[in-house]
Design a protein around this ligand. Structure first.
Ligand code: ZN
Length: 127
């Protein structure tokens, strides 16, 4: 689902960047960034709505992830107070228990898994 949406957004970005020039926004400046292009109003409104939704979801997800990581670290510290086994990741500076994921840092493992899932997707920097 995410890959399909990214592909559609990438395709729209390519379409807009290759759209024929219709004129200049400010007369006298012939820079490419000053060009106007003709695109469908509904298409632009839809793209703006989708972008707003995506940015909102991204921010909400980051706050949720940050809180979840904080709670996991609190749980790890509370368990380690009684049983020991607290580890501190030198890479991401988070605390976790050595019994979790065979001693591997769960936060770094999750970050690597997310990165590998997105690896095949197009980058917005390509547009
Ligand atoms: Zn880590």
């Amino acid at each position: 689902m995410l890959d399909r949406e990214l592909d559609e957004i990438y395709a729209l970005g390519r379409k807009y960047s290759e759209a024929p020039r219709k004129g200049w926004i400010v007369k006298g400046s012939r820079k490419r960034s000053n060009e106007t292009i003709e695109v469908s109003r509904d298409e632009v409104k839809g793209l703006a709505r989708d972008l707003h939704t995506a940015l909102y979801c991204e921010k909400a997800f980051l706050y949720e992830l940050s809180n979840l990581r904080h709670y996991m670290e609190q749980i790890a510290r509370q368990i380690a107070d009684n049983e020991g086994g607290l580890k501190h990741c030198a890479k991401c500076f988070c605390d976790y228990l050595e019994t979790w994921l065979d001693g591997k840092c769960p936060y770094c493992e999750a970050a690597e898994a997310a990165a590998s899932m997105l690896k095949g997707s197009v980058s917005s920097n390509d547009v």
